[in-house]
Design a protein around this ligand. Structure first.
Ligand SMILES: *Cc1c(COP(=O)(O)O)cnc(C)c1O
Length: 380
């Protein structure tokens, strides 16, 4: 197999046979002419079922994650919903991370629970707890998110896959924070990888999208059926934007990691900061696992300030280079207060985050400017 960036730039993206266009065209057509009833020219019939621009993205994603098939959706949550309906029916049980992304937790707790799915949030860094939570014959999957949002805890994918498979459960990894460049869950034994391509895959804060990459061809067929039956697909322009983003994923993730490592080091020695969460710090509780399963440590850094919630809110309001906004993974740096913003929906649940926590999406600006900005915001 060719290298990562070669696949990112070329997989699924041969020059257009009709025109020679080097860049995959945006095929906006909803429908495709047939040469006689049921006789399709190149396999395309209707763009919910399949669309050439989306196919290019799906082939590229499969090549980057090393799976048999990729699938592109209208959002990360649409990808999750399609996957869960492909593998579970009312009565089924899933094991979730106790610090899952708030939107994933909301989907499970407020949509699937009333619909008859049962879930148990567990600390995925505690392998004995993972094993104890799996109910053989009932648990269809362990949902893994690593590193987690916003506390950057790291789960051991290979160890969880071994436990889950021995008890008959699938392993799904939300690989949004690491991206396929930094972490390859299928190679570590996972069955399905999920992405919010809104984040690093797209990489420019200009598209909302989601993806699944499936290892087993039989499971991929079930997912394909559900993708078409549920219809929450990525539109051609959105698919094109994500495909463009993927071409530069490797260089972006290298620079995100460079900058975030420097920012995390700066915060770790700052007198107004009480705790820094970054998998690349030796002080991180799962540093050894992170070092083993990630190429580098990515662009997300969270930290707690010493003087409580209001101090955290004030720091978020004082940054000038870091923009105060939700989301992450774009070229520009963002700051947010998870307790009141991205994770407000989990207040009062097992997933509540510390009120003095600040989350940074460290972008690709000059790192000296990022550090100077945080320095002035912390000392204001
Ligand atoms: C954003 C995000 C999602 C949800 O994706 P959307 O594209 O917003 O639907 C899921 N998991 C993680 C880790 C995320 O950051």
């Amino acid at each position: 197999m060719t290298g990562f960036s070669t696949r990112a730039i070329h997989a699924g993206q041969e020059p257009d046979p009709a025109t020679g266009a080097v860049i995959t065209p945006i095929v906006a057509s909803s429908t495709f002419a047939q040469d006689g009833v049921g006789n399709m020219r190149s396999g395309y019939e209707y763009s919910r079922s399949a669309n050439p621009t989306r196919t290019a993205l799906e082939e590229c994603l499969a090549a980057l994650e090393g799976g048999s098939r990729g699938f592109a959706f209208a959002s990360g949550l649409a990808a999750e919903d399609t996957l869960i309906r492909s593998i579970a029916k009312p009565g089924a049980h899933l094991v979730l991370p106790h610090d899952a992304y708030g939107g994933s937790f909301r989907l499970f707790a407020q949509v699937y629970e009333p619909w008859g799915l049962r879930t148990d949030p567990v600390d995925l860094t505690d392998l004995a707890a993972v094993e104890a939570a799996i109910r053989p014959g009932e648990t269809v999957a362990v949902w893994v998110e690593t590193p987690t949002n916003p506390l950057l805890s790291v789960a051991d994918i290979a160890a969880i896959a071994e436990i889950a498979h021995s008890l008959g459960a699938l392993v799904i990894v939300d690989n949004t924070f690491a991206s396929p460049y930094l972490q390859q869950p299928l190679a570590l034994g996972a069955d399905v990888v999920m992405h919010s391509t809104t984040k690093y895959c797209g990489g420019h804060s200009d598209v909302v999208g989601g993806a699944l990459v499936v290892a087993d061809p039989a499971l991929a067929e079930r997912v394909q059926f559900h993708q078409n039956a549920l219809g929450a697909v990525a539109g051609p322009f959105d698919a094109w934007l994500v495909l463009r983003g993927l071409k530069t994923l490797a260089v972006r993730m290298e620079r995100h990691s460079d900058n975030a490592e420097r920012v995390a080091g700066f915060l770790a020695q700052h007198s107004r900061v009480s705790e820094v969460f970054y998998p690349g710090l030796e002080s991180h509780a799962q540093f050894d696992v992170a070092k083993r399963q990630m190429l580098r440590f990515g662009g997300m850094v969270s930290f707690r300030v010493r003087d409580g919630e209001q101090a955290a809110v004030d720091v978020c309001g004082r940054t000038k280079v870091f923009t105060l906004a939700e989301s992450l993974g774009g070229v520009e740096s963002l700051v947010e207060h998870p307790g009141r913003m991205t994770h407000a929906s989990v207040a009062g649940t097992a997933l509540e985050v510390p009120s003095d926590l600040i989350r940074l999406s460290v972008g690709l600006e000059d790192v000296a400017d990022l550090i100077a900005d945080l320095d002035q915001a912390l000392s204001g």
